[in-house]
Design a protein around this ligand. Structure first.
Ligand code: UTP
Length: 464
C-alpha cells in the first residue's frame, strides 16, 4: 500500500525531518502523491551513512593512506599479443559480451540542456555521443556476426529524454530488444546540520547517486537477471562523454580473459604530476584507484630512478567486469564521496533561494571503489590519443573543441597508416575535417580493406 500522510509524518518525526511536510496544506493532490512517494523511497539507513561520512569529512583531515605502491600494469608493448586478442574475438563471437554505459550524470560542467549523450560531437555529421557509441556496438555486431546487448544507465532526470532520443533515431540501427535502459538511484542532499532540503514545496532535493550507483541499480532494476538470461559473462563498462572509447576492444577483452581477471582497468600514463587523474595502486595484493585529491604533493611527484612518475598510471573509467563479480558486488555498500555544493532550496515561505556559496552536501558512489574487492584485477595501458578525449567542460581542456580535434586526429592517423597523405599545417594539425562512421571502419585495418584504389584527401572526408 502506498504511503499515507500519517505514515510519512511518523517516519520523518523519528528522524527529526518533519520540515519536509511544512507545505503540505498548500499542495494539490498530485503534489502530495509525489512527495509521499519520495518520503517512502527515503532510506534512512543511507542517510545515517551520509551523516557519518559528513562527520568524518568535517571533523578532521583525511587519515593517512597507509602503505601502497604502483599497481602492476601491462604496458602497450606487452598488451598487444594477437593470440590474446583472439580470445577477445572469440568471446564477442560467442555472444557473451555486453556493453554497459553510464549516462546518468548531470553534465553540469558542460552546461548542456538535456542528456549529455545527445550532445552533437561528430566533426562533420554532428552525430551525437549516443550515436557514436551505438554505431560502434552495431559495427561489432556486424564485424563479428554476433549480438552485443547494450545497457544504458540513466537517471530520473534524463531517462525519458534519453529513451525518446533513441526512439527518434531508430536506435541508430541497433535491434531495440538489445538496448536496455535502467534508472540509477537518487540520493538526498544534506545541510551541514545533517538535514534534508526541499527544492520545491512538494519536493525533497535529490541527485543521482554517482556512477557507482550502477551496482545496486543493476540488481534493483532486474538488469542482472536480464544479463543472466542472455548468457552474458563479460561486461564492458564506459562513460558517455568519451567518443574515442574502443568499446569492447578485443585486445582488452582478451587480456581480461587471459588473466582470469574479475575486473580489468584501462590505464594511461599521466601527462604530468599535476594531472588530476586517479592513479591505480596496489595494496595488500589488491588493486585500488586513489583519487588525485587524496594524494599528497610528495606522492604525486615522487619519481623512480629513471625519472618517471612512481604513480604514473591513471584510470579513465574504462573497465571490464565479469558478470559474477558484478553480481557479487551488487549488494556491497560502497564508500560515500562527499561534495559541498550550491543547492537551491525553499525558504520558510516556499520561495526558491539560489545560494551564492556552497550550502549543502551531495553524496555519490564511485565505480572504482569496487576494485579492492576483486580477487584478480588487470591493468592494461592504452595510448591516450587513441582512446580518451572526454567532453567535460564547455570550453578549454576536455571540451567539445578538444574532443573534435582528437577525433579528427585519430582518423588522420588511420589514413596515414593506410599510406594516404593527410594535409597538415605547420604544427601538424590536419587542415581538413575527417569523420568515419564506426560501421565503415572501427580501426585502420578495417579502413584499409574498404578504401577505393587511388583514394586521395583533397578536402573534408566523411566515410559512412
Ligand atoms: P562525471 O563525473 O564526469 O559527471 O561522470 P557528469 O555528470 O557527466 O558531469 P558533471 O560532473 O556534472 O559536469 C562521468 C560518467 O559517469 C556518469 C556520467 O553520465 C558520465 O558518463 N554518471 C555520473 C552517472 O551515470 N551517474 C552519476 O550519478 C554520475
Amino acid at each position: 500500500m502506498a504511503m499515507t500522510y500519517s505514515g510519512a509524518l511518523s517516519k520523518l518525526i523519528e528522524q527529526k525531518q518533519e520540515h519536509v511536510l511544512a507545505f503540505w496544506d498548500e499542495l494539490d493532490e498530485a503534489q502530495r502523491v509525489g512527495l509521499l512517494a519520495q518520503v517512502e523511497a527515503l532510506d534512512f539507513a543511507d542517510v545515517a551513512r551520509m551523516r557519518k561520512a559528513l562527520a568524518k569529512q568535517v571533523g578532521a583531515a583525511s587519515p593517512p593512506l597507509g602503505e601502497f605502491g604502483p599497481a602492476p600494469v601491462l604496458t602497450l608493448a606487452e598488451a598487444g599479443d594477437p593470440a590474446v586478442r583472439e580470445l577477445g574475438v572469440d568471446a564477442l563471437r560467442s555472444g557473451k559480451v555486453g556493453a554497459l554505459l553510464v549516462a546518468g550524470g548531470q553534465g553540469s560542467r558542460l552546461g548542456y540542456e538535456g542528456p549529455k549523450g545527445c550532445y552533437e560531437i561528430g566533426p562533420i555529421t554532428h552525430a551525437s555521443l549516443f550515436e557514436i557509441h551505438a554505431r560502434k556496438i552495431l559495427a561489432l555486431e556486424q564485424k563479428f556476426n554476433t549480438e552485443v546487448p547494450f545497457y544504458i544507465m540513466t537517471s530520473e532526470a534524463n531517462d525519458a529524454p534519453t529513451k525518446a532520443f533513441f526512439e527518434e533515431h531508430a536506435h541508430f540501427g541497433l535491434a531495440p530488444e538489445r538496448v536496455t535502459f535502467f534508472v540509477q538511484g537518487m540520493w538526498p542532499g544534506l545541510t551541514p546540520e545533517g538535514n534534508l532540503l526541499l527544492d520545491r514545496p512538494d519536493h525533497i532535493f535529490v541527485s543521482p547517486d554517482g556512477h557507482g550507483g550502477i551496482l545496486s541499480a543493476l540488481r534493483i532494476r532486474g538488469v542482472l537477471q536480464d544479463m543472466a538470461d542472455r548468457g552474458l559473462s563479460t561486461l564492458f563498462y564506459f562513460q558517455v562523454d568519451n567518443p574515442l572509447v574502443e568499446i569492447a576492444d578485443p585486445a582488452f577483452l582478451g587480456q581480461h580473459l587471459a588473466n582470469d581477471a574479475e575486473i580489468s582497468v584501462k590505464v594511461c600514463a599521466k601527462r604530468d604530476a599535476a594531472e588530476g587523474l586517479g592513479v591505480v595502486v596496489a595494496r595488500d595484493g589488491h588493486s585500488e584507484v586513489i583519487e588525485y585529491s587524496d594524494l599528497t604533493d610528495a606522492q604525486k611527484e615522487e619519481r623512480t630512478a629513471d625519472g618517471q612518475l612512481r604513480l604514473l598510471y591513471g584510470s579513465v573509467a574504462i573497465h571490464i567486469f565479469t558478470f559474477g563479480f558484478l553480481k557479487r558486488e551488487a549488494d556491497q555498500n560502497l564508500p560515500l564521496h562527499v561534495a559541498f555544493k550550491k543547492v537551491p532550496y525553499c525558504d520558510a515561505s516556499g520561495a526558491l533561494v539560489k545560494p551564492d556559496a556552497p550550502n549543502a552536501y551531495k553524496f555519490e558512489k564511485f565505480i572504482f571503489d569496487v576494485l579492492p574487492d576483486a580477487e584478480r584485477a588487470t591493468n592494461v595501458e592504452f595510448a591516450r590519443e587513441e582512446e580518451f578525449s572526454p567532453v567535460k567542460n564547455a570550453e578549454g581542456n576536455d571540451s567539445p573543441a578538444t574532443t573534435r580535434r582528437d577525433m579528427v586526429a585519430k582518423c588522420a592517423r588511420w589514413f596515414e597508416e593506410c599510406g594516404i597523405a593527410v594535409p597538415r599545417d605547420a604544427d601538424g594539425t590536419p587542415t581538413v575535417a575527417i569523420e568515419i562512421d564506426p560501421c565503415y571502419a572501427l580501426n585502420a585495418e578495417d579502413l584499409k580493406g574498404k578504401l577505393p584504389a587511388n583514394f586521395k584527401i583533397a578536402g573534408d572526408v566523411l566515410l559512412k
